[in-house]
Design a protein around this ligand. Structure first.
Ligand SMILES: [Zn+2]
Length: 380
């Protein structure tokens, strides 16, 4: 994999490539952006490209430097990440081994809090930064989730950041830049990473054979991943299915049969979820209608495998039969508007009540139409 093949982060990659081309690569970068969007992958890819035997900012994937980089065993590429203080050497080795094999490193340590200690920073960064590269030409330090550094660790790193040796690049990554000391941030050039579009997540999942996704599953999972390939890989199917089940029950009206139920549901969406989760729920509502439209265009030929809501294929088919585009289109516009309203910090209770009410009215309208149709059929 080369830097140019990083998916969905054109701005960040372009920034690094231009810096390299004009020989103005910084000695310290801060890759900041949401979790699971490719910050560490890009950092490791940059590290490989800098040390690859081929010309320019490119990793051939085949030279000895590239193959060591791929196995995370290049002596001049150092990856530092938070772990619980009680982690044993073999557990640490197992994490790295899994990362090489699967492309992702498990960062869930249960109730143990992962951090980057001052001992780690001193041994892995400070001491090594002052040595010459073994094979070189560059020494690269990737400090992932740098906001997990203890205050002492940040302090120790600061000295190296203030006077970085010539042949050194230090890359910090974080999804919480405000949790880093201002003194650290001010020493780094910031590189912003963005939330990925669903099709970018899909391409990442399918493109990396280590992850084991086929096209269909990748599409379904990407739709639910909130723009994070990391989340797509990490979150287990159960959590996703629970989200789908909840939204399906809203969309079919089984949770909002009467006004009381409808208001309860709107309140729960408005007050129990954060803004990001609320937008996610609205995205899932849009996906429901995507499924309904797909089912309706295929006239019953839509296999469950093509649907995001494959577990609710019957309910999707029923709405596809009773709801026409004239009913669904305004609802899609409504949900889109709700998404923007949430983004602008509108009152979520009003937003969700209004959306749920419109959907209930639309379902009633579709049911009446179906009823009239049935009566006509009987009468004719
Ligand atoms: Zn190479």
């Amino acid at each position: 994999m080369a830097l140019s093949r990083i998916i969905g982060q054109d701005h960040a990659v372009g920034l690094l490539a231009r810096a390299f081309d004009s020989e103005r690569l910084s000695h310290a970068y801060l890759f900041q952006g949401p979790e699971g969007v490719g910050k560490e992958t890009t950092a490791l890819e940059l590290a490989a490209a800098l040390n690859c035997k081929s010309e320019g900012l490119h990793s051939c994937g085949e030279c000895s430097a590239c193959s060591m980089a791929k196995r995370l065993s290049h002596p001049d590429i150092h990856l530092i990440f938070p772990t619980p203080s009680t982690i044993k050497p073999d557990e640490y080795a197992a994490l790295l081994d899994a990362q090489v094999r699967n492309g992702f490193r498990d960062a869930d340590f249960g109730r143990k809090i992962p951090l980057i200690s001052v001992e780690t920073v001193n041994a892995e960064v400070v001491a090594r930064a002052n040595q010459r590269p073994y094979v070189g030409p560059w020494k690269i330090f990737v400090v992932s989730d740098a906001d997990a550094m203890s205050a002492e660790a940040a302090n120790a790193l600061l000295k190296t950041l203030e006077e970085p040796p010539d042949d050194t690049v230090i890359i910090l990554t974080t999804s919480r830049p405000s949790a880093l000391p201002a003194t650290i941030v001010s020493r780094c050039q910031r590189v912003p990473f963005v939330r990925l579009k669903a099709d970018a997540v899909e391409r990442i999942l399918v493109g990396d054979s280590r992850l084991g996704f086929d096209q269909k599953r990748a599409k379904a999972v990407a739709a639910l991943a909130r723009g994070s390939a990391g989340r797509a890989v990490r979150v287990d199917g159960k959590t996703m299915q629970a989200e789908l089940d909840r939204v399906a029950s809203i969309m079919t009206g089984s949770r909002t049969k009467d006004v009381g139920g409808l208001l309860d549901e709107a309140q729960s969406l408005a007050y129990r979820l954060g803004r990001e989760e609320q937008q996610h729920i609205l995205d899932l509502m849009l996906l429901w209608y995507r499924d309904v439209l797909l089912a309706s265009s295929l006239k019953g030929d839509a296999g469950p495998a093509e649907l995001v809501y494959s577990g609710h294929a019957d309910e999707v088919a029923r709405q596809a039969e009773s709801m026409g585009l004239d009913i669904i289109e305004p609802l899609i516009g409504k949900i889109d508007g709700a998404r923007r309203a949430i983004e602008r910090y509108s009152n979520p209770a009003i937003v969700f009540t209004s959306v749920l009410l419109d959907m209930a009215i639309a379902r009633r309208k579709a049911a009446d139409r179906g009823h009239v149709g049935a009566v006509r059929k009987v009468g004719s």
